[in-house]
Ligand binder design. Structure first.
Ligand SMILES: Cc1cc2nc3c(=O)[nH]c(=O)nc-3n(C[C@H](O)[C@H](O)[C@H](O)COP(=O)(O)O)c2cc1C
Length: 210
């Protein structure tokens, strides 16, 4: 399989106004204009039918602080669990659709289903992103999204990981000068390692050990 992938929280709301979240790793960006994403969901998931009926869902990016909740939302079903309440997450009202995002997430995408592909074990929901909400603390004074500050996580082969150090930038392989990452790569070295600190406690984050 292709790894790493994101582990996003997929938010939906049924016709009675009950909110649910499920975790999805089979999700990705599939078009830039219009901005479109896909998420592949097994038919037996409680979220599947709600999203098929309502035609909308949200995708909330996950962070180190949300990792436990992301795992929980991927192993418990909304049929018998209120996952927002159990994980003490706050529903974020969407601007354009009727489905909740996760307030604690740095970025929430509001998605309108355009097509459903019956692939086999999973149905792929292809959706247009009709609104994006970003936690202000990740925007700098020029309105640039500083996503590198968000402590996003990745999912790889059954395990969750923090992202580690920045080792390059889009196009750095062909830029002539000025990129330390390039100079390091050319010399066969990786970029210098920094100590990751927990955003709130300021304590160094423990490295993953097998
Ligand atoms: C890390 C992780 C990734 C997952 N990815 C998917 C996925 O891409 N598609 C899917 O159908 N289920 C996936 N699951 C399983 C669902 O999240 C899980 O069955 C969940 O309980 C469904 O919730 P629901 O019944 O409330 O909809 C994943 C679970 C975890 C822990």
């Amino acid at each position: 399989m292709l790894y790493p992938v994101p582990a996003v929280l997929v938010g939906c709301r049924d016709e009675e106004g009950r909110d649910n979240l499920m975790t999805a790793a089979w999700a990705g960006t599939i078009c830039s204009d219009p901005v479109m994403v896909s998420v592949s969901i097994r038919r037996e998931r409680y979220s599947h039918d709600i999203i098929e009926r309502t035609g909308v869902f949200t995708l909330s990016l996950t962070t180190e602080e949300l990792a436990l909740a992301a795992d929980f939302c991927g192993v418990r079903s909304g049929r018998d669990t209120d996952k927002f309440r159990e994980m003490k997450l706050t529903p974020l009202e969407s601007v354009k659709i009727r489905a909740p995002g996760v307030s604690e997430s740095p970025v929430v995408l509001e998605c309108l289903v355009r097509q459903i592909l019956r692939l086999g074990s999973h149905d792929m929901f292809i959706a247009e992103v009709v609104n994006v909400s970003v936690d202000e603390q990740y925007m700098n004074e020029n309105g640039r999204l500083m996503l590198e500050r968000a402590d996003l996580i990745a999912y790889s082969h059954g395990e969750y990981f923090t992202l580690g150090d920045r080792i390059g930038k889009f196009g750095y392989s062909v830029r002539r000068k000025g990129s330390t990452a390039k100079a390091g790569a050319a010399a066969g070295k990786s970029a210098p390692k920094g100590v990751r600190k927990h955003r709130e406690s300021g304590k160094p984050v423990k490295k993953y050990k097998k």
